[in-house]
Design a protein around this ligand. Structure first.
Ligand code: C2O
Ligand code: CU
Length: 454
C-alpha cells in the first residue's frame, strides 16, 4: 500500500490538522443537547486541502469509547481507511492516532467514525479537496450538510433507536396503527425506519436557518453532503433550477434539474445563479414529512425579504435528477475494457428482527470477495428486500452502470427490487468494506469485504 502511495502525484505540501472527538453540549436552535462531536461543533469544521497534498490529521479520542475516522469517498492508502480491526486497531479512549495520506482526487468528501452507531451523533465533517486548477469562477463556495438528528432529544440516543428497531421487528413493541415507517414512492416503499425529531442543514434546525449570501449577479457552488443515518433528502432551491456539476466528487457533464434525491453518503455539487432576492433552500426528508432548510440571499436583496418559513418550493416536485442523467466528463471516465470478474451480490434482510446482510449473511459470515490488483471488477447489487439501500464501496470510485460514459461514484442507492451494476479498477490494494450506508443496517450486518489477494 505504501508503493501505491508513492505513485501518487503529490504536491509535497503537508496540510496538518488537529481533531478532537469528545462528549459535548451543543446548541441546536434553542435546544441544548448532549452528544459527541469533533471540536465541539456540528458539523465538525470543514477541512480544506488541495489535490495532491499530504493530509496529516492527529485524532485525539476524548470519547468514553473507542473510535476511528473513515475518509468517505477518498481512495486513500488502505491502512488509513479507518475500519476497526481490518485496516487499523481502534483508537481507545484517551488515545490518539495520526492519519497521514496523499489526497488522490479533488471533490466533495466527508469523514466520520467507522464504529457502531457513532455516525448518528455529531461526529461528521466535510472534507473539501480543491482542484489543482480551480474551474471556477464561483462567488460563493458553500458546503451544505444534511443530517437527521435524534441524539440527546427527549432521552433518545442512537443506541436506544436501535433497540427500538429490534423490538419493533420482533413484534415485542406495540405499534398499533401508528407504525412510524416512512413511505415514499420515489424510494419504492419504506423510506426509513427511524423517527427523527429534527432535520439539520449545517447543524441548524429549520426554525433557525443559516443564510448564504451571494454577491449580486453572482454564482453559488453548493456542495451537498448527506451525513444522515436513515434519511434520504430531496433538495431544491425555490424559484431556481440547479446545474449538477459533480457526483460524489467527480465531474459530470452539467445537467439542469429542479431537484435531487440524495441518499446517505452521497454528495452532489451544483451551481445556482440566484435572482435578486431571498430564496428558500429546502431539503425534504423523503417520506418523513419534515424538512431541513437554509436561505440563499443575494447581496442586493431588500433586507426585509425572506421566504416564509413553511415555504415548500414547487421545484421539489419538478424534474428530478436520475442516475441515467449523469454522464462522466471525458477525464473522469474509466477506460474501456472487459470485466475480469463479475460477482452478483444479493441485498437481503428485513425489518423482522432487524437483520440485514448480503446473500442472507451478516458481515461476520460472508466470505470476502477476492480480487487481484490490475483487474477490472464488476459487481451487481440485487436488492431483494422491501427497502432501499445506499451501497458504498471504500477505497475506489466506481463507474455507475456498464456504459462507458457512466458517472464515477462511491455510493449508489439501490431501490427495492432493483439491480445496480458497478465497475471499478482494482488499483488500490488492501481490504475494503462495501456496505449499506444506513448506519443501522451497517450495524446489523449489511457489509462485506472486498479483499485483494495479490
Ligand atoms: Cu461513509 Cu464505510 O462509510
Ligand atoms: Cu440498508
Amino acid at each position: 500500500m505504501a508503493a501505491r502511495e508513492l505513485e501518487r502525484p503529490g504536491t509535497g505540501r503537508v496540510s496538518a490538522f488537529d481533531l478532537t472527538a469528545a462528549a459535548t453540549t451543543l446548541s441546536i436552535g434553542r435546544r441544548q443537547v448532549n452528544t459527541w462531536a469533533y471540536g465541539g461543533q456540528v458539523p465538525g469544521q470543514p477541512l480544506r486541502v488541495r489535490q495532491g497534498d499530504t493530509m496529516a490529521v492527529r485524532l485525539r479520542n476524548e470519547l468514553p469509547e473507542a473510535t476511528t475516522i473513515h475518509w468517505h469517498g477518498l481512495a486513500v492508502r488502505n491502512d488509513m481507511d479507518g475500519v476497526p480491526d481490518i485496516t487499523q486497531a481502534v483508537v481507545g479512549p484517551g488515545a490518539s492516532f495520526d492519519y497521514r495520506f496523499v489526497v488522490p482526487d479533488a471533490g466533495t468528501y466527508w469523514f466520520h467514525p467507522h464504529m457502531g452507531l457513532q455516525l448518528d451523533c455529531a461526529l461528521y465533517a466535510p472534507l473539501i479537496v480543491e482542484e489543482k486548477d480551480d474551474p471556477g469562477p464561483y462567488d460563493l463556495d458553500q458546503v451544505v450538510v444534511l443530517d437527521d438528528w435524534l441524539d440527546g432529544i427527549d432521552g433518545n440516543s442512537p443506541e436506544k433507536a436501535l433497540k427500538d428497531l429490534v423490538s419493533m421487528g420482533t413484534g415485542s413493541m406495540d405499534m398499533g396503527d401508528t407504525t412510524p415507517m416512512a413511505k415514499s414512492s420515489v424510494l419504492g416503499g419504506d423510506a426509513g425506519d427511524v423517527t427523527y425529531p429534527l432535520h439539520l442543514m449545517n447543524g441548524r434546525p429549520p426554525e433557525d436557518p443559516e443564510t448564504f449570501t451571494v454577491p449580486a449577479g453572482g454564482r453559488a457552488r453548493l456542495r451537498f453532503i448527506n451525513a444522515g443515518s436513515d434519511t434520504a433528502y430531496r433538495v431544491a432551491v425555490g424559484g431556481h433550477r440547479m446545474t449538477v456539476t459533480h457526483a460524489d466528487g467527480f465531474p459530470v457533464a452539467p445537467v439542469e434539474v429542479d431537484t435531487i434525491l440524495i441518499g446517505m453518503g452521497e454528495r452532489y455539487d451544483v451551481t445556482v445563479d440566484p435572482l435578486t432576492g431571498a430564496w428558500p433552500l429546502v431539503a425534504l426528508a423523503e417520506g418523513k414529512d419534515a424538512t431541513a432548510r437554509a436561505i440563499i440571499r443575494t447581496s442586493d436583496a431588500v433586507t426585509s425579504s425572506a421566504p416564509p418559513a413553511a415555504a415548500r418550493p414547487k421545484e421539489l416536485d419538478g424534474k428530478r435528477l436520475r442516475y441515467s442523467d449523469l454522464v462522466a466528463t471525458e477525464e473522469a471516465r474509466l477506460s474501456t475494457r472487459r470485466a475480469d470478474l463479475h460477482q452478483t451480490l444479493g441485498l437481503t434482510g428485513s425489518m423482522m428482527g432487524n437483520s440485514w446482510g448480503f446473500d442472507g449473511k451478516p458481515f461476520a459470515d460472508h466470505a470476502p470477495i477476492e480480487i487481484e490488483q490490475g483487474q477490472r471488477v464488476r459487481l451487481t447489487f440485487e436488492n431483494t428486500t422491501s427497502m432501499w439501500h445506499p451501497i458504498h464501496l471504500h477505497g475506489h470510485s466506481f463507474r455507475l452502470g456498464t456504459n462507458a460514459a457512466g458517472a464515477r461514484k462511491d455510493t449508489v442507492n439501490v431501490l427495492p427490487g432493483e439491480s445496480v451494476t458497478i465497475d471499478f479498477d482494482a488499483d488500490n490494494p488492501g481490504q475494503w468494506m462495501t456496505h449499506c450506508h444506513n448506519t443501522y443496517h451497517l450495524e446489523q450486518g449489511m457489509a462485506l469485504l472486498v479483499s485483494y489477494v495479490t
